[in-house]
Design a binder for this molecule. Sequence first.
Ligand code: CA2
Length: 163
Amino acid sequence: MAKEFYSQQRINKRETMADKKHILVINGPNLNLLGTRERQLYGATTLAEIETSLRAKALSAHCNLFFMQSNAEHEIINTIHDAAGHYDFILINPAAFTHTSVAIRDALLGVAIPFIEVHLSNIHAREPFRRHSYVSDCAVGVICGFGAQSYELALTAALEHIK
Ligand code: CA2
């Protein structure tokens, strides 16, 4: 009886692992500086603090979360490529690449993983060049202007989208 119980438990565990959803969070150039400079614009929360709170939220939703930041466009593109078949959803703050990168747009379209575009600041209330995004029209949605909370809101929406 005990043996049967434990092997059933193992099967359940395996099923749970397979059923677990995987979310990838990508952060673009200079976001590693968050919380250290330009606090009036981007807030005092560091990227590490954002990661910690997203991890806690993902954990309570029984969801796996991988968090990365890169200043290099090709690393972001390679991360998006590698996500194919492994991740159910992407949250991406492409930072300045939002306004310049056809290559990141093409990578996101190429893997066809649903994604939300996230920004700390309200890009529509800033310089005109920030109003255009190369990825918005391909996104499930865009969340901007809520500081670090933009990420929390995006994760809430992503969890709802993939459940
Ligand atoms: O509001 C956002 O999240 C942005 O993606 C941030 C980018 C900016 O180019 C986008 O237009 C909007 C800039 C990220 C730079 O972050 C820094 C943080 C602290 C100090 C310096 C830069």
